[in-house]
Design a binder for this molecule. Structure first.
Ligand SMILES: *Cc1c(COP(=O)(O)O)cnc(C)c1O
Length: 227
């Protein structure tokens, strides 16, 4: 059966769900940024989402980001987010040219981003990926080490730690979202720039919004399954 549901229709349904979740939590829908995760989908699909009013897009792979940024260079108010695991030697692909780098969890990457940002005369805004559940197989820094990491990032020119990010294990989203929010609230008196919470994907974004997400990263529900 051919999939006749358009990207525009899916986007409008997701916007409705975002508004509903925000309102039910006493928040304003405008406090939540929808990052459309376009990895492994063609530039044409991004154009379709853009035509439907979407402006924030997330990519996981540096090379793919570079290619799409070139193919879509005419869309000059499109905002790119880098949401994948970044290797230090790929820093030049994401700075400049992204508004937010979502998953930084080590000093070597922050140092590489710092060098690029200083050279480009810009500031790279970073989110720290937290391994909330301390899962051995997962990326991210344990919650107990986040403040030390932010301190070491603070010593670097050209980078700013502006929030936290997590990818919870299946079935445990609620407690992880709440823990990430509590960690942000605990740290933000000491680090006033630490305001953003990037959490929630296709399967759990309404819950993330109820727990305070400022950025939700939704791919499948907008673009369909990835091949
Ligand atoms: C792929 C990806 C997403 C989007 O996942 P969906 O389940 O397709 O919404 C969100 N965040 C990260 C870090 C991803 O890698």
């Amino acid at each position: 059966v051919e999939d006749v549901v358009t990207i525009a229709a899916r986007l409008s349904e997701i916007r409705r769900q975002i508004a509903e979740a925000a309102t039910s939590a006493g928040r304003s829908p405008s406090d939540v940024t929808l990052v459309a995760v376009s990895k492994k989908h063609p530039a044409a699909s991004i154009r379709e989402a853009y035509a439907a009013g979407q402006r924030d897009f997330g990519e996981n792979y540096a090379q793919e980001l570079v290619e799409k940024r070139e193919q879509l260079a005419d869309l000059d108010d499109l905002r790119w987010h880098f949401i994948g695991a970044l290797q230090s030697n790929k820093a030049r692909f994401v700075v400049p040219g992204t508004v937010l780098i979502h998953a930084v969890d080590r000093i070597s990457v922050a140092e590489a981003l710092s060098k690029r940002a200083v050279a480009a005369g810009t500031v790279a805004r970073l989110l720290i990926e937290v391994n909330v559940g301390r899962e051995a197989s997962k990326a991210g820094v344990p919650a107990a080490n986040v403040s030390t990491l932010i301190d070491s990032f603070s010593a670097l020119p050209g980078v700013q730690s502006v929030g936290l990010m997590c990818i919870p294990p299946p079935g445990a989203s609620d407690e992880h979202f709440e823990a990430l929010r509590a960690l942000r609230d605990h740290l933000s008196p000491r680090f006033p720039a630490l305001a953003l919470l990037s959490m929630g994907m296709t399967s759990d974004f309404p819950s993330a919004i109820r727990h305070g997400a400022t950025h939700v990263r939704v791919g499948t529900a907008i673009f369909g399954a990835r091949t």
